[in-house]
Design a protein around this ligand. Sequence first.
Ligand code: PLP
Length: 261
Amino acid sequence: MTYKLLTIAGSDPSGGAGIQADLKTFSALGCYGMAVPTALTAQSTTGVTGVHAVPAEFVTEQLETLLADVRVDAVKIGMLANADIVAAVADAVEEYELPNVVVDPVMVAQSGDRLLAAEAVQALRSRLLPLAHIVTPNLPETADLLDEPEVHDLAAMADQATRLLELGPQRALVKGGHLSGQSSTDLLAVPGAAPDSLSAERVATRNTHGTGCTLSSAIASLLPQRPTVHEAVRDAKDYLTQALRRADELNVGRGRGPVQH
Ligand code: PLP
């Protein structure tokens, strides 16, 4: 059985992040990939020079046309650009009762460029997080979602991961890549228990463009294929580690290049 995966996210012409990274990940993990773009970016490996958001009504039209025809098995939601698009996507997730919804709350690119209007964070929090089967913020995104300062140690990260569940997602994976250390540790918060810790080797490469997109789309690909969320996240993390290990085989651009799927 080939699972059908949908990404609702921004376009990255350099192919390292956004819907391009998601579609490569879906294929590499044996799924059939579909994509509803929410924004075009003008982007290379060195940064983003412009963002052209799709009108929210046209995001709705893309979703309704597709979902009236195709039953999807999992959805990855990434860059949403503004509050109107957040609402359009949340409406479609509710209307079509989409399963296995992975929300990657993309706010700012590693290059420092903003990918979500600051005033849209509240819409993300109130409309989309309650619909998420799992939300996958890094530490700065976690701080923004909770409206608290960014934390710098595992104990404080565990506390924030647990409190993210109060915003409504069924699971919260807080990614600790911004902490220092030899390994990169993420915490998976589940209701009623202490968060699970998942560690992976920290791969030494500067080619880390699109790692967040790749991890969230790998989780979406594996949720229908694994018996538990924990196993889907663990295997998605392994997939990202392999892709990072092979990243230096590629020679794309002069900035932070993509990982190799
Ligand atoms: N461009 C798009 C369309 C994205 O969705 C994202 C991240 O989610 C990025 C760029 C940023 O990627 P990175 O922060 O890994 O450079």
